[in-house]
Ligand binder design. Structure first.
Ligand code: SF4
Length: 210
């Protein structure tokens, strides 16, 4: 629960809604996407082509979170469609997971210029939308792809090379931090650890399904 939500929690629901921002009131991903697509809360929207909300199963038990859209994602309006996305699809398929089973999105929904990392204020501006996606989808497992997503979802002290592959429980989420697929393209030695992490996710997912 955010500090704002705690402050409002003593009010009756009807009154509470009056003070809640629209993304906290959204009851479906479609409703939320409509709100996010009109967002101009940070400078990233000035230089990108479109907001990349994310896509996949609205009742996904596994959700993947990357850092931000790249060039191909910005052009097409879908997450993970460039070379890194193709690699992710191959990993899924080898693990027996269909892309349509999961939900994939990023911490920031607009492309940072030149594929730079989003700045802390851009992350802060966009984070309520990721929180709203998590609230609506209620995934059992979240895979945080790369340092920025892991630090945002878990803790700023996370070091991806040190902490990947270790389950973390945070805010009711079970999170598996691993390398971003773009890092595997730069350094193929990272493929094996990512494969191990996805295998650990699949084992936990199968146990949860019973
Ligand atoms: S990155 Fe997020 S906060 Fe910034 S303009 Fe895009 S949707 Fe809004």
């Amino acid at each position: 629960m955010t500090r704002k939500q705690k402050q409002l929690s003593f009010l009756p629901e009807a009154k509470r809604e009056k003070f809640q921002p629209p993304w906290e009131q959204a009851r479906s991903l479609e409703e939320l996407e409509q709100i996010v697509s009109d967002c101009r809360s940070c400078r990233l929207r000035d230089s990108c082509r479109q907001v990349v909300f994310g896509e996949g199963n609205s009742k996904a038990e596994i959700m993947l979170v990357g850092e931000g859209p790249g060039r191909a994602e910005d052009e097409i309006g879908r997450p993970f469609v460039g070379a890194a996305g193709e690699l992710l699809d191959k990993i899924f398929s080898a693990a027996g997971l269909q892309r349509a089973e999961v939900f994939i999105c990023n911490v920031v929904k607009c492309r940072p210029p030149g594929n730079r990392l989003p700045t802390p204020d851009e992350v802060r501006a966009c984070l309520p939308y990721l929180r709203a996606q998590l609230r609506i989808i209620k995934p059992k497992i979240v895979i945080s792809l790369g340092a920025l997503a892991s630090q945002t979802l878990i803790d700023p002290s996370v070091r991806i090379t040190r902490d990947r592959g270790r389950w973390i429980s945070k805010d009711g989420l079970l999170i598996m931090p691993t390398f971003h697929p773009a890092a595997l393209l730069r350094d193929p030695k990272k493929k094996k650890p990512v494969w191990d992490d996805i295998q650990a996710v699949m084992r936990r997912y199968e146990q949860m399904k019973g």
